[in-house]
Write a protein that binds this ligand. Structure first.
Ligand code: MEV
Length: 339
């Protein structure tokens, strides 16, 4: 049996980090995807293969209990091993959910840089959960898949909102507000031209490290950080109203304020700020870092200035690429029952 699923990356339009502490966020699936293929094996090993992730040939045995999924490779190059942690945890969570396990080859291919703030860890988690569920003989239930994807992120990172795993599962554009175990979600139509450019720069820290940093800042100055998070939540509410009115100019201004607040949380970097300001000078309606930060991506909203903003990002030292938003969520690409 083999199955290939694909899942989109995402950009957080507004609200990252504050969403981890219960505030709402606006998030959209982008037209870059990760493909995850799961193949049955005759033995009980899990083998992960991915030229993109440089994980070629890493494998582990699952003969014993579920805890044997623990990674043996130790602390070899965290950046390379980071995606592997999500894949293995996703398999463990899925096996635990169904009380069943089986050997598998997991093959990962990505159309976007991994760990760049585009939700690739959520995409890898959700894609692996979905493909492995089918391999174990179960139909895909999107709500179950999103829940297991989120449990995977929480287990790997310690902290995670349900935002990234929800958007990669359901796709489109979502207003999302975490509430207890079930987030409040509303699909948002994008009636207006939301042409955007992303600017990418190398990541300096992993999402787990940055989430810990924000938590430490919150523990040190709880009142101030809470006020910043409240302000981000308010920006999201206003931005949602702007989309509904088609008021892209005001939306851009809200993105700029959001960037300032993220910088004040300590999650932006000089390289990100340089791209943010360069895009504004080149005519973007708004620009901000997107995702966890510590390097990674910025998002510039620039309906009539795509070429100018792309060039400005390149001159500021980043790698520009155009994205379109509201892309489809998890989908099955191919499945077969061969031997
Ligand atoms: C990471 O893509 C977005 C964060 O808000 C973390 C999360 O929501 O889990 C920084």
């Amino acid at each position: 049996m083999q199955i290939t699923v694909s899942v989109p990356g995402k950009v957080t339009l507004l609200g990252e980090h504050a969403v981890v502490y219960g505030r709402p966020a606006l998030v959209s699936a982008i037209n870059r995807r990760i493909y995850i293929k799961a193949e049955s094996r005759s033995d009980s090993s899990i083998k992960v293969l991915s030229p993109d992730l440089k994980l070629q040939g890493l494998s582990l045995k699952i003969n014993g209990g579920l805890s044997d999924f623990e990674l043996e490779a130790g602390e070899r190059k965290t950046q390379i091993l980071e995606p592997l942690r999500y894949i293995l945890k996703a398999i463990e969570v899925t096996s635990g959910h169904y009380g069943k396990k089986s050997g598998a080859n997991i093959i990962v291919q990505s159309e976007m840089p991994i760990g760049a703030g585009l939700g690739t860890s959520a995409a890898i988690s959700v894609g692996t959960v979905a493909a492995y569920s089918v391999l174990l003989g179960y139909d895909i239930d999107l709500n179950d898949i999103a829940r297991m994807g989120h449990a995977t992120e929480v287990a790997v990172q310690g902290l995670a909102s349900p935002m990234d795993t929800a958007i990669t599962t359901y796709g489109g554009t979502l207003y999302i507000k975490p509430e207890g175990t079930k987030p409040l979600m509303e699909r948002i139509d994008m009636p207006c031209n939301f042409a955007s450019v992303l600017g990418y720069t190398q990541r300096e820290e992993t999402t787990s490290q940055i989430l810990k940093k924000v938590k430490a800042a919150k523990d040190r100055n709880p009142q101030v950080i809470d006020l910043i998070m409240d302000a981000i939540g308010l920006l999201v509410e206003e931005a949602r109203a702007c989309i509904k009115k088609g008021d892209m100019k005001s939306f851009g201004s809200l993105m700029n304020i959001n960037h300032g607040l993220l910088d004040s949380l300590g999650v932006s970097t000089k390289a990100l700020n340089d791209m943010v300001y360069a895009s504004r000078s080149a005519g973007a309606l708004g620009s901000k870092m997107t995702g966890a930060g510590g390097g990674g991506c910025i998002l510039a909203l620039c309906p009539d200035r795509v070429r100018e903003v792309s060039l400005a990002i390149r001159l500021a030292g980043g790698m520009p690429f155009e994205v379109s938003l509201s892309s489809p969520g998890l989908r099955i690409e191919e499945s077969s029952h061969g031997h």
